[in-house]
Design a protein around this ligand. Structure first.
Ligand code: SF4
Length: 371
């Protein structure tokens, strides 16, 4: 029996017929497909999922309630130990003050994450959610990524599903996708100082349970460090499988897929990663994700990861969402990576790329279409 090696012509025909691509085909697209042709194919798929020339964005901010963390990830410059002089943990009132300031700027999504602080009980997290909903009805609390949910579960000695049920009862409807990095244990093992903590199955458990309880979540990927191309494909395959499961159970699952590259900065991992990956791999990742993840409607191409120009180009490589304003981003800033924008600038970049800017909510509901 002869097997044909994957090639772009066959893959394009398959994709245009609405068929799903295999791991081998994904690997070919990632490593060998000509960039412009890959982008063209991805853009055709983009218009199948989202036919209008709209690019969505959200007015959002990233807040942090604590930087105390006992996970010590090698790619992180944000965490502190309890003994560090600049360690902080805000109480609920202090956090609500920050959320209130964000709400007064028109923010509708607050993405809030913290370190894995072993001193914080479940009640604290529930109060952050319920007080946000009570005081700022226009803000959707997009709080706590999978490692935090696992930490709450461990500290409160309660299964993950129960933790998520409590948070849902407090008013939470979505979860951010942070903590996935690369969903391959061969990579996670190298990134975690506390292995076997931080396994792929832990991230998957949180999102699987969240979907089955009706949460919408995002799928993310931080690439450009210790992974091989095969690991990227494993990540996409696992993400696609999780979404298949959510849909098969009648849930909506992931709203979007959001890749970004690792930034070396002041992080310990920088000793092992000599170079950041740059714009071309980003465009390739956006395009590949659009083609591979045939069951996820939105692919987020942000101004934040590789800069505004690359973000703009990525809107013609399969991205249909431009992320958010990220008014108070701190985590990447700690790593030495500083990038800022405004609502008007986001709208201009989207128009320059040839699309209409559309303001959305965390759950991708449309709020306003701009000319
Ligand atoms: S990435 Fe998150 S979990 Fe890891 S050390 Fe930093 S704050 Fe802690």
């Amino acid at each position: 029996m002869t097997t044909t090696k994957p090639n772009l012509k066959d893959i394009s025909s398959k994709v245009m017929a609405g068929e799903r691509i295999s791991k081998e085909e994904g690997l070919f697209l990632l490593k060998d497909a000509p960039l412009m042709e890959l982008g063209n194919l991805a853009q055709q798929v983009r218009f199948r999922h989202n036919p209008e020339r709209h690019v969505t964005f959200v007015i959002d901010t990233n807040l942090n309630y604590t930087n105390v963390c006992d996970a010590y990830c090698t790619f992180c410059a944000f965490y502190r130990t309890e003994k560090d002089s600049d360690a902080y943990t805000y109480n609920v009132e202090q956090v609500m003050e920050m959320v209130g300031q964000a709400a007064s700027k028109g923010v509708t999504t607050v993405l809030m994450q913290g370190g894995l602080n072993p001193k914080l009980p479940l009640e604290y997290y529930k109060s952050l959610v319920s007080e946000t909903r009570k005081r700022y009805p226009n803000v959707l609390p997009h709080y706590f990524s999978a490692p935090e949910i696992q930490k709450i579960s461990q500290v409160s000695e309660m299964p993950v599903r129960e933790v998520l049920r409590h948070l849902k009862e407090s008013g939470q409807e979505t979860l951010p996708g942070g903590g996935s990095e690369i969903l391959a244990d061969s990579v996670k093992r190298k990134l975690s100082r506390l292995w076997p903590k931080g396994r792929v199955s832990e991230w998957e458990e949180v999102h699987r349970e969240a979907h089955s309880l009706g949460y919408r979540t995002t799928a993310t990927m931080m690439y450009g460090h210790l992974e091989e191309p095969e690991d990227v494909i494993e990540h996409l395959e696992r993400t696609r499988d999780l979404q298949d499961l959510a849909l098969s159970e009648g849930n909506e699952g992931f709203t979007a897929f959001i890749p970004w590259s690792y930034k070396r900065g002041e992080t310990p991992l920088a000793k092992r990663v000599k170079q950041e990956s740059g714009p071309t791999p980003y465009l390739r990742m956006i395009a590949l994700a659009r083609i591979y993840l045939d069951n996820i409607k939105h692919i987020q191409a942000s101004w934040f990861s590789e800069g505004k120009k690359t973000g703009e180009v990525a809107l013609n490589f399969g991205g249909d969402d431009f992320g958010g304003t990220l008014f108070d981003e701190n985590v990447m800033q700690e790593a030495g990576f500083y990038n800022r924008t405004s609502i008007d600038e986001i709208k201009d970049i989207i128009r320059d790329a040839g699309f209409k800017p559309v303001q959305r909510t965390t759950k991708y509901e449309i709020l306003q279409v701009f000319e």
